[in-house]
Design a protein around this ligand. Structure first.
Ligand SMILES: *Cc1c(COP(=O)(O)O)cnc(C)c1O
Length: 412
């Protein structure tokens, strides 16, 4: 290997990371393991190429193969999601959202988006983001029953007359009512947008209903449940196609990362296979088992459970352990999760009341109901023993041995 000879420091960091990914239990809801084929495309010579513009309309020569790759990525995405128009150039989810906003909004325009502590995403109007400095975001929330409060959403829409109504979330776990959402947007003449970053793979695998036909604009990441390379994508109705493309380039980005787009195309090819359908179904089955097993053990799940790949657990409310303490203890025992705010969290973002747990990555490794039950058992043991270093080390041994049985890259 060239890298091993040339750069020992980076080489050893990479081998360390392979070992970490192999031996640890990855339960962060936004991560996954891409296939070897996706990794190969990502590490290909396409990284050498400038290709500003779009297939057939580039600013540089030598585009014979970049055009093939980008066109295939677009065609496959259209087939998966039934989209009228697709742009595969956004470097990631956050830029995809900025590109979409920039395509349809003027500075100062009002956007209705979901409150961060209720499951929304930073890019949906958090004060620390650039978008919140440019646009006027108003947040809607979930109700006592743990569902999006459509009544409040409608009231806010009538009051603020937003130009854009935004659905999408990173920690909310219930199926969105596409029709209700759409009706509210229509009533106030707003553009509707859905950021499906977390659930794109579940949609691609037909485990949940496809929202793309219902919304004017749909943005996503490609690296979460969709199991592609780190990246973003925008789908939209034909009426917005020109504005989206212009906003991506030259509006917001320069040259597309064509190695990344090649990897997206490979991942989309995988998502079109029947095996991806079984994967998406198993993810939802596994999340349901996790919901049942954690509830049995006295954990309080927000939003009353899950319809997707993850659960949001109020560890403070149910076990008297903060999100930060829980994340740390689980980490010590070989299980990776992230601390997360719960709706209207009285605690701070750096030490909130909850943790978020996703099963999409362990499902990629072949874990099923039986394994999820064991994981739920360990989570309980770890939370109870969160101050007991010796106990955590003992559990880590078991977790590591267990993980070794589920290779992230089999048949090496
Ligand atoms: C993850 C996520 C993003 C941001 O994606 P990045 O690739 O990290 O920029 C945007 N929106 C939602 C809803 C997300 O969950």
């Amino acid at each position: 290997m060239e890298l091993k000879k040339q750069d020992k420091q980076i080489y050893s960091a990479i081998t360390g990371e392979i070992k970490r990914q192999q031996e640890g239990m990855e339960l962060i809801a936004s991560e996954n393991y891409v296939s070897r084929a996706v990794l190969e495309a990502l590490g290909s010579v396409f990284t050498n190429k400038y290709s500003e513009g779009y297939p057939g309309k580039r600013y540089y020569g030598g585009q014979d193969f970049t055009d093939v790759v980008e066109t295939l990525a677009i065609e496959r995405a259209k087939k998966i999601f039934g989209a009228e128009h697709v742009n595969v150039q956004p470097h990631s989810g956050a830029p995809a959202n900025m590109i979409a906003y920039n395509a349809v909004l003027q500075p100062g325009d009002t956007v209705l988006g979901m409150d961060l502590s209720h499951g929304g995403h930073l890019t949906h109007g958090h004060p620390l983001t650039l978008s919140a400095q440019i646009y006027n975001f108003v947040g809607y929330k979930t109700n006592q029953a743990g569902e999006i409060d459509y009544e409040q959403l409608e009231k806010l829409a009538l009051k603020h007359k937003p130009k854009l109504i935004l659905a999408g979330f990173s920690a909310y776990t219930r199926q969105l009512d596409y029709k209700k959402f759409q009706a509210i947007a229509k009533k106030v003449g707003a553009i509707s947008m859905f950021d499906i970053a977390h659930i794109a793979g579940l949609i691609a695998g037909k485990a949940i209903e496809n929202p793309v036909p219902y919304f004017d604009i749909v943005t996503t990441t490609t690296h979460k449940t969709l199991r592609g390379p780190r990246g973003g994508m925008i789908m939209c109705k034909q009426a917005f196609a020109k504005a989206i493309d212009k906003s991506a380039f030259p509006g917001f980005q320069g040259g597309p990362h064509m190695n990344n787009i090649a990897a997206k195309a490979v991942a989309f090819g995988e998502a079109l296979k029947p095996t991806f359908k079984s994967y998406a179904k198993q993810v939802i089955k596994n999340a349901k088992i996790l919901e049942i097993e954690l509830t049995k053990r006295g954990f309080k799940l927000m939003f009353g459970g899950t319809d997707y790949h993850m659960v949001l657990v109020d560890v403070m409310g149910s076990k008297g352990v903060t999100g930060k303490q829980a994340e740390y203890a689980l980490d010590e025992a070989g299980i990776t999760v992230n601390k997360n705010m719960i709706p209207d969290d009285p605690r701070s973002p750096m030490d909130p009341s909850g943790i978020r747990i996703g099963v999409q990555a362990v499902t990629s490794r072949g874990m099923k109901e039986k394994e999820i039950k064991m994981i739920a058992g360990w989570i309980e043991e770890i939370i109870i023993a969160h101050n007991d270093k010796k106990m955590l080390t003992q559990i880590k041994k078991k977790v590591t041995a267990f993980c070794k049985k589920y290779p992230i890259y089999p048949k090496v």
